[in-house]
Design a protein around this ligand. Sequence first.
Ligand code: HEM
Length: 182
Amino acid sequence: MNPLPTRHHPALVVLHWLLAALLLLALAMGTLVLKEMPNASPDKIGALRGHMVVGIAIGALMLVRLLVRWRTTGPAPALTGNRLLDGLGKIAHMGLYLLVFAMAASGMAMALQAGLPEIIFGGSGAPLPESFAAYPARLVHGVIATLLMIQVGVHVAGAVYHQVVLKDRLLSRMGFGKRQAH
Ligand code: HEM
């Protein structure tokens, strides 16, 4: 049997960094732009269009990512030497996946409840609802956004811990290059 590779598959590496960039963009757009902009603003439809396209792309790319992860062989689990930390790491990864999917799903649910597909992409010319606050999915989207930001912070802190404290070159597993040690 071949030894396990030292890095993830290049397709997974591309998806990882692309998703990281899109997630940061969607979180920033949502928090800094959409949340602050009243629905009556003439710029709101354009801002929502950009956010929805990025959000749906994130949901779709996450599905592709799961498929690629399942079909390719990855390196051995990155252990820390502490069983509790290793267990928490596994839970943190699962939590990150769940929160991203929940974010995309709650966004789509809110969009459907508010009739956004027609207004934003259908050219119906209908106005936006006065606010999204009346839709339960809006509350869920906002709460999960906060949890996701915390989870992204935990994810980055974990990577820094491996790289700087354990010095196990964890980041190179999510980079390009030869995948076999010899
Ligand atoms: C994983 C992907 C997504 C992320 C990270 C994300 C992030 C955010 C954030 C941070 C906010 C502001 C929440 C708050 O602070 O209360 C927001 C609002 C919103 N998002 Fe998303 N979102 C995503 C996917 C989607 C999708 C797929 C849609 C629709 C198809 C969508 C539609 C909206 C709408 C309509 C708002 C409310 C804007 C407002 O209150 O004016 N989002 N999103």
